[in-house]
Design a protein around this ligand. Structure first.
Ligand code: AMP
Length: 191
């Protein structure tokens, strides 16, 4: 199996590149942000709880996202592999993911980290907010919270994967095609 963590701060381009990578490598895309937004749209209790935190730019509890990922992994036993987008976001989530994959007799092939500076991120998120309808992309103070959460809780994952020899940094600024080609080149080396 090819199991990739697509990593990077909010606005780095993880969602956009995931769509292209899924097609190229025939993987299943698992975005916890998308899964949470589906719960909100469906009006579930989980969605209602999560929305309150997402609207502030704060991470939802680890158990919630780990539970969602567990159910997707176990319901896709025939998959070629997965792209994890926006997950893991904390060390506890990374450890849980390692354990879940171990139960399925597989592991993370590598983390690909899209590197983009804060100034560019804020510009991209505010632009995305104009058409995406995502309220967390439309308010600079929510965006600032999301970047703060990323720096405090998520950025340390780079060292977690690096210590396991699984980290590859990719320049996330440039044309979509150049970034996609760089990602594909790095993935070929992992296969
Ligand atoms: P995203 O679509 O990945 O930008 O996520 C939007 C929001 O959903 C985040 O700001 C968090 O509130 C929540 N979220 C998504 N994925 C996770 C995760 N792995 N852990 C905790 N919260 C998450």
């Amino acid at each position: 199996m090819l199991n990739l963590v697509l990593f990077g701060p909010p606005g780095a381009g993880k969602g956009t590149q995931s769509v292209k990578l899924v097609e190229r490598f025939q993987l299943i895309h698992l975005s916890t942000g998308d899964l949470l937004r589906s719960e909100i749209t469906a009006g579930t209790a989980l969605g209602i709880e999560a929305k309150q935190l997402m609207d502030k730019g704060i991470l939802v509890p680890d158990e919630v996202v780990i539970g969602m990922i567990r159910s997707k992994l176990t319901s896709n036993p025939q998959a070629n592999g997965f792209i994890f987008d926006g997950f893991p976001r904390t060390i506890a989530q990374a450890e849980a993911l390692d354990n879940l994959l171990k139960e399925l007799h597989t592991s993370i092939s590598g983390m690909l980290a899209l590197e983009v500076n804060d100034e560019e991120l804020i510009k991209r998120l505010l632009n995305r907010g104009k058409d995406s309808g995502r309220s967390d992309d439309q308010d600079e103070s929510i965006i600032a919270n999301r970047i703060k959460e990323y720096n405090n809780k998520t950025a340390p994952l780079a060292s977690y994967y690096s210590a396991r020899g699984k980290y590859t940094g990719v320049n996330g600024i440039g044309s979509l095609e150049t970034i996609f080609n760089d990602l594909c080149g790095s993935i070929e080396k992992l296969k």
